[in-house]
Design a binder for this molecule. Structure first.
Ligand SMILES: Cc1cc2nc3c(=O)[nH]c(=O)nc-3n(C[C@H](O)[C@H](O)[C@H](O)COP(=O)(O)OP(=O)(O)OC[C@H]3O[C@@H](n4cnc5c(N)ncnc54)[C@H](O)[C@@H]3O)c2cc1C
Length: 346
């Protein structure tokens, strides 16, 4: 979190724009709304800002952000918060938005501890309130989770230095992390229930090269059968192959990369049309079917939509224009250059 970018939260908040989701789209929405003179409150179910970038891949480099040939996802989040900071957003983190009532111009959102009064709402809910898919049938899994031996995301890869790490899964996350951690961990085991990997062929090729050098050991097809260790400190794991034959491997960390199971959002209950987990919008306004409720970023859908960070940024700019038309209908919208207007001093 960028120092000075978070104001103390209050029980009752009055704001121009309530932004649901502190992913990259929601964070840039703060800037675009602020540039037009509107205050924002950003609410997220996760305890930290950044959406998928913070929750799933903070240490991974992103290569397709304009102006940054390469930037770590976590660093991009910090920069977006820094860019939003002049407009003094209020953050309500760690609390899902439960209800939304009212009409455009006078909307009320409720979280567990806050009531937020807003003139308009922008849903930047990404893939929904996601929770990691967990392995099934492992005794005492919770103890190992509580002790930090079983992880579902890597938020600080240096914490894994010197550990013998087991990565379970066969998609991009498992294979990417196997390659990345091969240079940090004492040894990396990859456990996957199929013989082939769904990850990008180039990364699979890199992983296979590391298998050849002895830095990574593959266990395929195999599944997690049991975890062993005292007080949640992982000491070893039992794996079972398709015939039920068991192998025990010594390891101190298990990272499960089984993907995320997005929890269905509450949006349909608010009257917002939802199709296959996405919210259809008019891309010229980013308005949903409910007046006063807009959607941007991964959750917003229309023909030829690209689910990329940069698309969410552009949608925030379009949404800001719509917000001005909603909040100040008599004001003529005029594109303003940031070079001419500048931003408030932080
Ligand atoms: C491994 C990986 C690598 C990727 N690499 C790239 C890349 O290189 N380039 C690229 O452009 N894209 C990449 N992406 C995709 C990119 O991360 C998404 O496009 C981007 O995160 C979407 O941003 P967003 O703000 O729309 O939503 P998200 O980042 O998903 O954030 C949405 C937030 O909304 C919150 N939320 C949802 N519902 C509620 C609710 N009811 N109440 C409160 N909070 C709620 C969620 O908790 C979440 O924090 C990658 C994705 C993954 C998984």
């Amino acid at each position: 979190m960028v120092k000075g970018s978070v104001r103390p939260v209050m029980t009752d908040i009055t704001t121009d724009i309530a932004i649901i989701g502190a992913g990259p789209a929601g964070l840039f929405m703060v800037f675009e709304a602020g540039f037009l003179g509107y205050s924002s409150t950003v609410i997220d179910a996760l305890p930290q800002a950044g959406g998928q970038l913070s929750a799933l891949y903070p240490d991974k480099p992103i290569y397709d952000i304009p102006g940054y040939p390469k930037i770590l996802a976590g660093d991009l989040v910090a920069k977006l918060q820094g860019q939003a900071a002049p407009y003094k957003p209020t953050y309500v983190l760690g609390e899902p938005v439960l209800t939304l009532t009212g009409v455009a111009g006078d909307l009320t959102l409720k979280t567990e501890n806050h009531t937020i009064q807003a003139k308009a709402v922008v849903i930047a809910g990404g893939g929904g309130m996601f929770t990691p898919r967990k392995p099934v049938g492992l005794d005492n899994l919770e103890n190992f989770e509580d002790a930090g031996s079983v992880l579902y995301a890597i938020t600080h890869k240096e914490a894994l230095r010197g550990h013998t790490v087991v990565l379970a899964g066969g998609g991009d996350s498992a294979v990417d992390w196997a390659v990345e951690l091969a240079g940090i961990a004492a040894h990396v085991h990859v456990v996957h229930r199929r013989a082939d990997f769904r990850a990008a062929p180039e990364t699979v090729r890199q992983m296979m090269a590391l298998v050849d050098t002895g830095k990574i050991t593959l266990h395929t097809p195999a599944q997690l059968k049991a975890l062993h260790g005292d007080d949640g400190a992982l000491a070893s794991l039992t794996l079972a192959d398709v015939d039920g034959a068991e192998t025990e491997i010594v390891a101190s960390k298990l990272i499960c990369c089984f993907g995320i199971a997005p929890q269905k959002g509450p949006f349909a209950a608010w009257g917002v049309t939802e199709e296959k987990g996405k919210l259809p919008v008019d891309p010229s306004t980013m308005m949903t079917n409910v007046p006063g409720i807009l959607a941007i970023g991964d959750i917003a859908d229309y023909g030829h939509k690209l689910h990329l960070i940069l698309q969410g940024f552009a949608e925030a700019a379009v949404a800001a224009k719509t917000l001005q038309a909603l909040i100040d209908p008599d004001k003529k919208f005029k594109v303003q250059y940031s070079t001419s207007k500048g931003v408030p001093e932080v």
